[in-house]
Ligand binder design. Sequence first.
Ligand SMILES: [Ca+2]
Length: 274
Amino acid sequence: MNIVLFISIIFIGITLSVTNEQGSLCELSKGTPITVNKVLGTYSTANECAQACKSKKSCLIWHFDRKSDECRIVKLKINDDKQGVFGFSLCNTTIQPSTLPGLESLLDEVKNISRAIAGLEEQNQDLGNELKTLIVTGLCSGYFDSNTGTCYTYKVFTGVNRNWTDSRSQCQAAGGDLADIRSTNEWESVKEVLSESYSTAFLGGSDAQEEGNWVWTDGSPVTFSDWETGRPLNDTYYNCMVASYYYSWRWVDDPCDTYYSDTLCKIPELSLQN
Ligand SMILES: [Ca+2]
């Protein structure tokens, strides 16, 4: 029997394989492949057997038994039972897509599912960020700066005379700094706090480093402002910004060693970054 089998020259051809630029596409689709061994017919040559296999869309492997001139094929069916994925180990050979019905559409489906998963992950991230923003803004009792994603509160310390430097030290000790005002909305929030205490207080602006070049404590330029008419004075002795009660809290430039009994501080409370 074994001798018979040995002398029987069997041609086995694989008409299915996968062309892939990287030559590594071994995992093809989901489902379970079912193979069916079937006699396709009797042919006189292996080439005819191969051609017959090619003409069958479901033909996976052919083999030609020279002794019996029998051409057998292995058919492939894909049982889409979602239990797994299947592929071929011959990744660098040539596939005729028509020999595996549905393969291309299944590959497209896999790609679409991957894209959908990536989209959901992105959507999930967006929803998470939105939820975080809602929580921070909901808990924010002061001013929420959407540019920095930070909630600030403004606090007035009273009863101690402080110049600009002392005021800044007080604010830093409280976990913040002198107030930098970045927008109309922020300025309105700050004025509400100042109005409650009728305070005149330093803000974080200064042109001490370069006359006329007003910057906040972090060195960024003053782009929003609410200067009193005629201010700043462009005087090298008047280098620190003050929100003055006497000018309805419009801004004036005062000497930095002026002492005020109220100190206004901007203190970060919550941030989306935390
Ligand atoms: Ca000045």
